[in-house]
Design a binder for this molecule. Structure first.
Ligand SMILES: C[S@@+](CC[C@H](N)C(=O)[O-])C[C@H]1O[C@@H](n2cnc3c(N)ncnc32)[C@H](O)[C@@H]1O
Length: 248
């Protein structure tokens, strides 16, 4: 069981409150890719690993019809509540590796480093599923961090609020250079006004990819592959975050 996406699903948006604030800028960039890189008009989007729907609902707000898919029902419950008054959006529980859509979408997205859950074998299955799901000229977009500027680091401690509860979040990152894996460890402590404290520990093992590796893997599946850096449609010298763009 992944506690960040199950028992803590209701706290996800509070933990990532900064991301909630930044999502407009991110989706501005994604829209520029829809317009400049896709070889068809993007109207219908498949948002894989959609979580609580932070990017999903930003795209819906801009007029796209979006289906959000996530492995964890608890995350989708939060997304569905937020989408209560929205049209043109639906959410479905499922594994991104098992989706069986046939050319139903103009674009597919996978945001916030979710692609790091997939090792080389899984990422090939993911690309194959995505290519099946999007139409000719459609585009796949996924962001991932630059492993070449990453170091083992932490603990980093910060706090957030959810209503009258205080969250104390402590993160560590441990890099395994040889296997190109990142151990992401997080302690979430929830302090209630009554003085009660609940604590949850999460340990994720994530896969790191250089831009060259990602390009080589993706070009077996997409007719055109680009890697952009940060929120620019170019690959700058020391970008901290990359954007994979695969055109079918
Ligand atoms: C870091 S969160 C990102 C959520 C969302 N994309 C966002 O930008 O806020 C990662 C999400 O990936 C989902 N996930 C992990 N493995 C998955 C898989 N195989 N299929 C579908 N979703 C998956 C988790 O349930 C979680 O909601």
């Amino acid at each position: 069981m992944h506690e960040l996406y199950t028992v803590l699903a209701g706290y996800y948006d509070a933990i990532y409150s900064r991301r909630v604030q930044d999502i407009e800028k991110e989706i501005d960039f994604v829209e520029s890719i829809f317009m400049e890189d896709a070889k068809r008009e993007v109207k219908k989007v498949l948002d894989l690993a959609c979580g609580t729907g932070i990017p999903t609902l930003e795209m819906v707000g801009r007029g796209y019809e979006v289906l959000g898919v996530d492995l964890h029902e608890e995350m989708l419950e939060v997304a569905r509540k937020k989408a209560k008054n929205c049209q043109n959006v639906s959410f479905m529980q499922g594994d991104a590796l098992e989706i069986a859509f046939r050319e139903e979408f103009d674009a597919a997205t996978m945001f916030f480093s979710s692609i790091m859950y997939f090792d080389e074998d899984a990422i090939k299955r993911l690309f194959s599923s995505v290519v099946g799901a999007i139409r000719e000229g459609g585009v796949f977009i996924a962001d991932f961090p630059n492993p070449l500027v990453m170091k083992s680091s932490g603990p980093f401690v910060w706090d957030e609020k959810r209503g009258d509860e205080t969250l104390i979040i402590t993160d560590w990152r441990e890099l395994e250079n040889a296997s190109q894996r990142l151990h992401f460890k997080r302690l979430v402590q929830i302090l209630k006004p009554s003085g009660e404290v609940r604590a949850f520990y999460v340990h994720d093992i994530l896969n790191l990819y250089t831009p060259r590796e990602m390009r080589l893997l993706a070009r077996e599946y997409f007719s055109d592959v680009k890697i952009y850096g940060d929120l620019k449609r170019e690959l700058g010298g020391n970008a901290r975050r990359f954007w994979l763009v695969g055109v079918k």
